[in-house]
Design a protein around this ligand. Structure first.
Ligand code: F3S
Length: 387
């Protein structure tokens, strides 16, 4: 491959992976079963990123393992209605075309595991998108590092990745024991727990005790927040995640920290300020069918006084439409958008100033963009937005 026998695109991709492996002292390359590619929004890529992608596509290389795509900067069909500027949309559409030429599926979601891209336990994969990395490593037990857009494209094209870090047993052991002394019921509580813990542990692998029985929605939001305030790629939860039992003996060697009710309260307060007319955003990470259904139940037959935007994947949208959820939300005045979210869309250009959300990841990025935030549970925020 390096010698160019499979084309220039393959050679370039492998050069990148070999260099990466050298930096991290990897002994060898191993096959990956799939890739999930981030760095899709034209907002982050700009023209330089777009040209790089188009150059890759022109070189003729194509994905040889299944590869899916993270959210873009807009709903690919309804971007005009979102007030996305035309110039942005033109750039974004070119980005997606380049990815499609490379053989990467335009799933455009940060929850590929909810729409059929589910790795096996123990499988080596190359995933980017910090929340999806946390989910696949921790909840599914697949193996990925915190990959970047270019390295996931390179892995998709070559079917390989350098063997280091979280791909090896010894690096999947816990570095901190986190005792949770707080009541966890709503996904927002798990998001707050992730945010508080991420700050405490940084890039260390946390092992949680006292997680209760989190549902899928709580598991995805916990990981998203852990990867936002910290650099967590993998976590374990006693009685919750598949590797937790086996690694228990190692807990003797690690430091113990505690997260209390008060810690979670303070985290919520940090992102809750006075807002006059926020857009309520539900779907960070992208909504599951259950989450869309909950919002729909609250909106059914009612009218919204404030803007409500729900973000999900195309796969979940199709199911939500069949079940009547999309109609119930949109008849109330809300919108269900696919392919995008409040973080990767060009909100400033769209004139947004305030958001209300149920995700600490979404809140942190919104603050970084200069927006005012208000935190609440999905149900609480939707009720507030109704007339
Ligand atoms: Fe997904 Fe956007 Fe949140 S990519 S995790 S919905 S910031």
């Amino acid at each position: 491959m390096l010698a160019g026998e499979y084309g220039a695109g393959v050679a370039k991709s492998l050069e990148l992976l070999v260099a990466l492996g050298d930096v991290f002292g990897a002994e060898k390359l191993v096959p990956v079963e799939g890739a999930h590619v981030s760095g899709v929004s034209y907002k982050n890529l700009g023209d330089a990123g777009l040209e790089w992608l188009e150059d890759q596509a022109k070189m003729g290389a194509r994905a040889k393992v299944r590869a899916t795509l993270n959210p873009t900067g807009m709903d690919m069909a309804r971007w005009r209605e979102m007030d996305v500027p035309e110039k942005f949309a033109v750039g974004q559409l070119r980005v997606i075309r380049a990815f499609e030429t490379l053989g990467i599926e335009p799933t455009c979601t940060c929850t590929p595991y909810l729409v059929g891209h589910v790795p096996r336990f123990g499988a080596q994969i190359a995933w980017a998108e910090s929340s999806a990395i946390c989910y696949s490593n921790s909840v599914i037990g697949a193996r990925t590092n915190r990959e970047s857009g270019p390295t996931t494209i390179a892995s998709a094209i070559t079917g390989l990745t350098p063997l280091y870090e979280y791909r090896l047993d010894e690096n999947r052991l816990p570095g901190k024991l986190v005792e949770v002394e707080a009541k966890l019921s709503d996904p927002l509580d798990y998001s707050a727990l992730g945010y508080v813990t991420g700050k405490m542990v940084g890039t260390t692998v946390p092992y949680f005790r006292g997680l209760g029985k989190p549902g899928l929605e709580s598991l995805k939001t916990l990981g998203a927040a852990l990867a936002t305030s910290g650099g967590v790629a993998l976590w374990h939860g006693e009685g919750v995640t598949p590797e937790a039992e086996k690694i228990k003996p190692h807990l003797k060697e690690v430091e113990k920290v505690m997260v209390t009710e008060n810690d979670l309260k303070q985290a919520r307060e940090k992102f809750t300020c006075e807002v006059a007319d926020p857009v309520t955003c539900i779907g960070c990470p992208h909504c599951s069918i259950h989450e869309v259904g909950e919002v729909a139940k609250l909106c059914k037959g009612k009218e919204l006084a404030k803007k409500l935007w729900v973000f999900t994947s195309r796969g979940v949208y199709a199911e939500a439409e069949r079940k009547g959820y999309v109609g119930q939300i949109e008849e109330a005045g809300g919108r269900v958008y696919v392919d995008t979210c409040m973080v990767v869309a060009p909100l400033k250009e769209m004139g947004w100033k305030e958001v209300a959300l149920n995700s600490f990841k979404g809140a942190q990025y919104s603050v970084n963009m200069g927006l005012k935030t208000r935190m609440g549970t999905a149900a609480g925020l939707v009720k507030e937005a109704l007339k």
